[in-house]
Design a protein around this ligand. Structure first.
Ligand code: PLP
Length: 396
């Protein structure tokens, strides 16, 4: 006998997208040393605004607390401190969603939990994802060898695919507002997904990482839909909301009502977390708590508005040029149809070579992204304006 590896890793596709973008940029820089300074990156999914002052102050005072014998804390609860869970509970109450504190689990970010949640589900389950898709949903399931079916998002369905009677899936990933398309499901559409999950005894894994960009009457949480608590787990993040991409904090909601074959899922997740995770640092959780204070909310809103203005600069340009796109209004992502019927890598090269602007080719998110392109609103106003001025020149 000899040790055996998880063979599913051999079936994973290379994480080719960002490596290939970096390779093409390096080549371009080598070929055009005189133009290197003109490069504008509009492909980044990372935020650029610094942490809000309220968050920084809360983290400084939490650190000082830990530095004094009388207020030092060691291991905290694996599932998070009540002070942060209570702040999240109040946030959900604004959308008329009632959560029990035991349903809220604090983590080091949505990405970890999106992968870790699969510990609770058998490898025989069929997984449904949209195409294009945030690649983490696909790769984490491929690592376990699950069967994945793709639901095509396209111009015809506004990049918001809906379930059909003949569809079959046990685990369904929905991301709204969506990465990469920026499209957002409305209440009626989410109702249909919840009904589908209930009829098919499926579970929806709802990724709400971009909920803070939602405006108007669009849902922030799947639990705004009646009956969703029985069929959905929700993942959320402080990354884009409050600039925590490097600080790391998120949360997952596992409702008590989610019961499969008579077994409640919430205690399984608690068992999983208390066994395999030792909690998020006290300092980070105090910083996340400050996100929900009046001062924190005001400062965070300023940052979100800053990104929204960038999104508007991009969508105004696309409107002017008559280019089809989704996103931008309730999302930091703008998903546009490549001008001139180009495929997404050809448009990437054209934009880089002729405008010195970098975006993300849609093909990197799935087959259905082949002739689409993602721009993000996370740059500065100055760079966004300049990039769109050059974009307009290129597409005139
Ligand atoms: N979900 C989606 C759709 C994302 O785009 C991202 C990050 O880009 C994440 C989850 C990861 O969030 P976190 O930084 O909390 O791990």
């Amino acid at each position: 006998m000899a040790v055996k590896l998880n063979g599913n890793y051999q079936n994973l596709e290379e994480s080719y997208l960002f490596a290939e973008i970096a390779r093409r940029i390096r080549k371009w820089q080598a070929d055009h040393p005189d133009k290197a300074e003109q490069l504008i990156r509009m492909g980044i999914g990372d935020v650029t605004r610094p942490l809000p002052e309220a968050v920084v102050n809360a983290m400084v005072s939490a650190s000082q607390e830990l530095g004094r014998a009388e207020s030092f804390r060691g291991y905290g609860p694996e599932q998070g401190y009540d002070f942060l869970k209570e702040a999240i509970q109040r946030y959900y109450a604004r959308y008329a969603v009632e959560l029990d504190l035991h349903e809220i689990f604090i983590s080091d970010g949505a990405k970890s939990d999106l992968g870790n949640i699969l510990d609770l589900f058998d490898k025989d389950n069929v997984v449904m994802v949209t195409d294009p898709v945030y690649p983490v949903y696909v790769d984490t399931n491929q690592m376990d060898g699950r069967k994945i079916v793709f639901k095509t998002a396209s111009e015809e369905n506004g990049f918001l695919p809906m379930p059909a009677k003949e569809d079959h899936a046990d685990l369904i990933y929905l991301c709204s507002p969506n990465n990469p398309t920026g499209a957002v499901y409305d209440r009626e559409m989410l109702k249909q997904w919840v009904a589908f999950a209930r009829e098919n005894h499926a579970v929806i894994l709802f990724d709400a990482a971009y909920e803070c960009f939602v405006t108007g009457d669009l849902p922030h949480s799947i639990y705004e839909i009646p009956g969703a608590k029985e069929v959905a787990i929700e993942f959320c993040s402080f990354s884009k909301k409050a600039g925590f991409t490097g600080t790391r904090c998120g949360y997952t909601i596992v409702p008590k009502e989610l019961v499969i074959d008579g077994i409640p899922v919430n205690p399984m997740w608690l068992r999983r977390q208390t066994t395999k995770f030792n909690g998020v640092s006290y300092v980070t959780q105090r910083g996340a708590e400050a996100v929900f204070t009046a001062e924190g909310e005001k400062q965070i809103q300023e940052n979100i508005d800053y990104y929204r203005e960038n999104a508007a600069i991009i969508t105004d340009t696309l409107d002017e040029l008559g280019i089809y796109y989704t996103g931008g209004k309730n999302s930091p992502y703008i998903w546009l149809k490549c001008p001139g019927n180009l495929d997404s890598w050809s448009f990437f090269d054209k934009l880089l070579n002729e405008a010195c602007v970098v975006g993300t080719p849609g093909a990197g998110f799935g087959k259905a992204g082949e002739s689409f392109f993602r721009l993000t609103a996370f740059s500065t106003h100055e760079n966004t304006r300049e990039a769109m001025r050059r974009f307009k020149e290129l597409c005139k």
